[in-house]
Design a protein around this ligand. Sequence first.
Ligand code: ATR
Length: 271
Amino acid sequence: MIHKKTAVIGDPIDHSLSPKIHNHWIEREGIDSNAYQKINVKKENFNKELDRLIEEGFSGLNVTVPLKEDAYKYCNKTSDVARALKAVNTLIVNEDGVYGENTDPVGFQKSIQNRNLTNKRCLVLGAGGSARAVVYALQQMKCEIGIFNRTKEKVKALCDDLGVEATILTELSLKDFVRSSSMVINTTSLGQQRGEENNLINFDDLNSSTHVYDLIYNPSKTTFLQHAEKNGCSVQNGLQMLVNQAAESFNMWHNKTPAIDKDLMLALGVK
Ligand code: ATR
């Protein structure tokens, strides 16, 4: 009997939470599958390693940093979202070849679905790969988007690639946008190192009704979120986005919508 084989690939991959999430659901939902694995794949060996994994019988793969663009190029077929982002985080292998999807935007959207942010003004800090997923989702939500990044040319490229009309913010225009935004989202890696400060905004400019989101989930409360909380803002880390994008992948592979509940959070060590 052949069991399904799934895994996440990336580099580094040791600290990925995806195995905990997927293996919890595989057991909970009684899926006929091997344990979900984590596999380190070097960027320079991407195509060769992917060929090998497919040969070994992997039919579902998650792809993380820095391989999402390589995975996109590897696919025979891709979704509209994947094509817009030119990046893939979910691969499905079947007799027709390799299909690529990107569940990051919907994962982000679902993580804020109860917050009434449709049509609202939102500020995105950063213009890397995860900013693209966030901006794509905000565009679907018809938000008015402002983007601030250290390297301004990257913001322009992001807007052109996604066909998004966003305000490209400068150090000067940032202040007003912070004041008037319903949500501020940090997509930069600043704060990933414990204690590292993210001072891209002046926290005193934050309105207390603003929802402040940091895509970083480890540490669970970055200094960015701590400062925002001190200013009376509601805050959120990237864990809900992570589990929601995982749920979408899981559903694509196993045809089952898994539960995002207290049991899952317990399995992840979150109280
Ligand atoms: P990811 O895929 O996680 O989005 P990425 O594509 O490498 O990672 O993007 C990293 C983001 O963090 C970029 O917006 C980067 O800004 P630059 O485009 O100017 O490089 C931002 N970032 C990283 N380190 C930073 C720092 N020290 N100060 C400001 N921004 C930083």
